[in-house]
Write a protein that binds this ligand. Structure first.
Ligand code: TEU
Ligand code: CA
Length: 543
């Protein structure tokens, strides 16, 4: 097994990380040029989002050829150089494998469209009248999950965009093709893989209407998912590499099976229940303030039960599909620094492998856009129209998009206070927030109390104190869900982690920290544990 428990992983959204040639789009050479920065953070692996040939309708999650690099991002030589230079720097590289679907521009789909029965079996085509989709399932990006192809007289399934056709994993040839892709990239010296929505790969034998929901209960953690994952891992020999599966609307018991070493499936999983506590009635495009009771309960249940049952979590708040955590669960105006540091402490000290999403380590915030024209994401643009169609005013719709858009996490990395935040010398493909003048790497590198300096300390602590990677976890009751506190235990030592989730001072006297405990890190000065927590205070004590 690899050392994934002791590691910190950094996610790079390539399109927005660093542009090396002035075309306004981040690229592989840009990542190479920032390897020293990544090294200085202390991270162990980078996960690079898809850089394969793609029409980019979903920014590369619509792959047209798994064996070639999108020229927008560079060449195969650039990919090889990135992998070898990272290795020399002591950083492992993980690539992102999108195996639930391909782009409709992929050769396989094109052959299917041409009526080749062998390739039609690669996808999920169903017969049916042109005015009635085979089921009432809803695409994750809005609208029906089915598209009619008139010249075939059939519908194909797309759980995401209409240009992302779902593969049929029940066809053995599909599974063989995908194994070949893994073997190709493994031979290039990669250290691991992230598998996109991999718990959606196994569809039910019978397709039926969902009268309770959007269809997800029929295909999430589907009938053969564990069997197919085991087969993929076994036949490609990636068991000892770092692997993480993105699990959409999953269950705890399935996540135990995905990650318990005895099952030989994956190292760890991303689950998203904790990122829906501000969805009204579970619906992403309906706003409600974050429910801290729900949030604390989800962390407690997932942390404690994954431990009991031998599973392993990826711990995170941010990725390229989520709003920025400091704007969402913190306060990016009054307590920008304190709340960003607190949220980092909360996840980095939990039981699991922490992920840092580019820009999170400097406290990047949500966008400051004022017009829908500034947004780029297919999901945001679709839902803007859907919200208007439901009768919302353009102001209301724009407000919801502002809170929820995936573009919040996709603005260019803010390297400097200069033009375009130092991301590009050209015109960035998506606007850079005005706050890059003070939220940027250059400024924060010089400041010992910056968010960046704090992340470096958190990452270093994991290496220094085995209790962080190895310890057990138990949540503590502070008498209020506005405080999330837990204790880690390892070899007769204890680590207390106490976080105030609010912008108010809170009484934490119920939590008892041994008097001789030493403060390892915190976002306010002062060594001793005091009964009162300051706004968004986080403190970690070692006893
Ligand atoms: O995301 C899967 C996914 O479930 C999210 O898109 C989610 O539906 C959305 O953020 C919530 O509204 C993965 C990738 O991370 C994402 O970027 C891709 O668009 C998607 O798969 C399709 O490949
Ligand atoms: Ca570029």
């Amino acid at each position: 097994m690899s050392d994934f428990k002791k590691s910190t992983i950094y996610q790079i959204y390539i399109k927005s990380f660093k542009d090396s040639n002035g075309d306004g789009i981040g690229d592989l050479s840009g990542i190479r040029s920032e390897l020293p920065y990544l090294k200085s953070l202390g991270i162990d692996y980078i996960w690079v989002t898809p850089c394969f040939k793609s029409p980019m309708n979903d920014n590369g999650y619509d792959v047209a050829d798994y064996y070639s690099i999108n020229p927008m991002f560079g060449t195969m030589e650039d990919a090889d150089s990135l992998i070898s230079e990272a290795r020399e720097t002591g950083i492992g590289v993980m690539f992102d494998m999108v195996f639930n679907h391909t782009s409709t521009e992929h050769e396989w789909f094109q052959k299917a469209l041409a009526g080749d029965p062998e390739y039609m079996d690669y996808y999920i085509f169903k017969d049916g009248p042109s005015d009635t989709p085979p089921t009432n399932w809803v695409s994750k990006f809005g609208g029906s999950a089915w598209e009619y192809v008139p010249h075939l007289g059939k519908w194909y399934l797309h759980l995401f965009d209409v240009t992302q056709a779902d593969l049929n994993w029940d066809t053995p040839k599909v599974r063989e093709e995908l194994k070949k892709v893994i073997l190709f990239w493994k031979a290039k010296g990669l250290n691991g893989f992230r598998f996109d929505v991999v718990n959606l790969i196994s569809k039910p034998a019978v397709f039926e209407n969902d009268y309770e929901g959007d269809g997800r209960r029929f295909y999430s953690d589907g009938p053969h998912v564990h069997e197919y994952l085991k087969e993929l891992v076994r036949d490609t020999g990636i068991e000892d590499m770092v692997t993480v599966g993105e699990m959409s609307s999953t269950s705890l018991d399935n996540c135990v099976r995905y990650t318990n070493p005895a099952e030989r499936e994956l190292s760890m999983v991303f689950s998203f229940h904790h990122l829906k506590v501000d969805y009204k009635d579970g619906f992403k495009w309906a706003l409600k303030p974050a429910d801290l009771t729900e949030l604390r309960k989800l962390f407690k249940d997932w942390q404690e039960q994954m431990q009991e049952k031998g599973g392993w979590n990826a711990t995170f708040f941010c990725n390229h599909d989520q709003p920025r955590t400091v704007s969402r669960f913190g306060d990016d105006k009054n307590y920008w620094k304190a709340s960003a540091k607190m949220l980092a402490t909360l996840t980095h000290m939990m039981r699991g492998t922490p992920y840092v999403y580019q820009g999170e380590e400097i406290g990047m915030t949500n966008v400051d856009y004022s017009s829908i024209d500034q947004y780029r994401d297919v999901e945001s643009l679709n839902y803007y129209k859907i919200l208007l169609g439901e009768g919302k005013s353009s102001e209301e719709a724009l407000h919801i998009i502002h809170e929820r858009s995936r573009d919040n996490g996709r603005t260019p990395m803010q390297w400097t206070g200069g033009e375009n935040g130092g991301f590009t010398t050209g015109t960035p493909w998506i606007g850079v927030p005005a706050n890059h003048t003070y939220i940027n790497v250059e400024t924060e590198e010089k400041d010992a109390h910056s968010i960046l300096s704090y992340y470096k300390k958190l990452i270093a602590l994991r290496k220094e104190y085995p209790i962080i990677a190895e310890g057990t976890i138990r949540f503590l009751d502070a008498g209020t869900d506005e405080i999330i506190a837990y204790v880690r235990e390892y070899e007769h030592r204890q680590l207390f982690v106490i976080c105030n989730m609010t912008g108010r001072s809170l009484d934490a006297s119920r939590i008892e920290v041994p008097s001789g405990a030493q403060k390892l890190i915190g976002n306010y000065h002062g060594k001793m544990f005091l009964n009162e927590l300051k706004p968004y205070e986080a403190a970690v004590y070692f006893a």
